[in-house]
Ligand binder design. Sequence first.
Ligand code: COA
Length: 538
Amino acid sequence: MEAIETKVDKKDPQYLENYGRMEAMVARLNEDLRIAREVRSEKALARLAEQSKLPVRKRLELLLDKNTPVLEIAPLAAYDMYDKGVHGAGSVVVIGVIHGREVLITASDPTIKGGTIYPMGVKKALRCQTIAMENRLPLISLVDSGGAYLPLQSEVFPDSDDGGRIFYNQAIISKMGIPQITAVMGLCTAGAAYIPAMSDEVVHVKGTGAIFLGGPPLVRAATGEVVTAEELGGADLHCRDSGVSDYWAEDDAHALQIIRDIVQGLPDPGKSRLSTRPPRPPLYDPKELYGIVPRSLSTLYDIREVIARIVDGSEFLEFKALFGPTLVCGWTYIHGYPVGILGNYGVLFSNSALKATQFIEICDKRGIPLIFLQNITGYIIGREYERGGITKDGHKMVNAVATATVPKFTVIVGASFGAGNYGMCGRGYSPRFLWMWPNAQIGVMGGEQAANVLISVKNDQLAREGQPPLAEEMVKAIKEPIIAMAEKEGNAYYSTANLWDDGILDPAKTRDVLGLAISASLNGPIHSGPQGHGLFRM
Ligand code: COA
């Protein structure tokens, strides 16, 4: 396989300007991640120490094998939401390694409002369960939570994808034969009591862990019975009397050791096999991606320069290189795993959509995972293209993406607009994982375009009524808020806060994150269901 030859000039002032800009964005990202992971109130930390509990990240450190890679999911969920302090939506979710086995861990953070579950916390819990189901990863829960965040109870409780779905999914995960192990390291109150109850095995920490449907204040109010949390649902009661819990733990460290022992004893179903090669680093430094990404999303750049910095040896066998050139497709390896990559180099035309369809079909037939590098403003529009059947050809691509059964991974490296988001495997198309680069933007269309559409609709309306078009100041008054809204709601931080993605990535880490994600995906079957696709409109 030939290596991609770069055309990047590292002395070009534009490259240097781009580099500085991306470096600043990555520095901001790292600082935001540090705050989300480390900054907690004195009061909450003191309360933790008083109860002899370990902080959530220390718990994870003790649970996981030393010096093994960790892939954190949605660390900036709920960013800038609520009171700005609900870091990671109140929980930490990671894919990590225990006794050499990849597992998915979700841990509530008791230093954030008693580990209570906010609306975004529910969404993150459901996302975590989807990851467990799609990738057949054993699911470990470290529960230390006051249950629903009561001031927002209407947003966490009643609907189909609210709290109840968590326990519903636990039943489905159990039926699928995916191990679920829970450590009770704080309160599991009301609904949260079902997290251990619906698990295969429950480890219960003496003194701090308690499981009950109604806590002491509720019991007192309802029945007049006065009991402590330990008497009502502590380790003694549940390990000796009720049988709700299976293992009695002296403290946090002991509970984590028991979980490690349980995982060690799990039968190893083996991972799906791909025809791997020995991994090799790319020829070019991944940090050069900083200089490649232009300031403006409308400035075209060659996606091969990105591919060259994330794949083994920068090698790439390009498929149909001369046909439909606005979509680059080809085969390569990432950390030794074979993959098919689709990356945008301009808007999607009929021929690029047809090429994508054929390429996806081949990868699906051969069981090769698909990687989508999204930088797409949409499919081409205009009379000529409608006449040529762009909608029909776009449909084939969307159909192929939706029905492909191999693991799919999406990285939004620039624009993600309109139907381009669908064709390039946006969140609605069930990629196993999806990330954004800090510069990425997502939306139905850009703010300027959206504003122009609305102004044009208004002017047509006025014309029908025999009135003159909007005056300049009215146009401005309509445009400005729409552009501002699109910028705010289209940026990577807004996306990650809302869990539209699994995290914002430092571009230089894309290769390693993809490698970990592909490895995690191989815990499940290569084909998620029967192969085949819907009807192709010809
Ligand atoms: N909803 C909203 N906020 C809650 C909450 C809930 N269910 N449970 C706790 N909090 C808040 C507290 O008000 C406090 O906020 P503050 O830091 O702004 O003062 C913070 O979480 C920590 O609570 P605190 O009681 O001081 O900490 P703790 O470590 O001693 O106890 C809990 C934590 C969760 C065990 C305890 O607060 C509790 O029992 N909460 C009620 C649980 C419950 O009955 N939930 C039913 C919901 S289904």
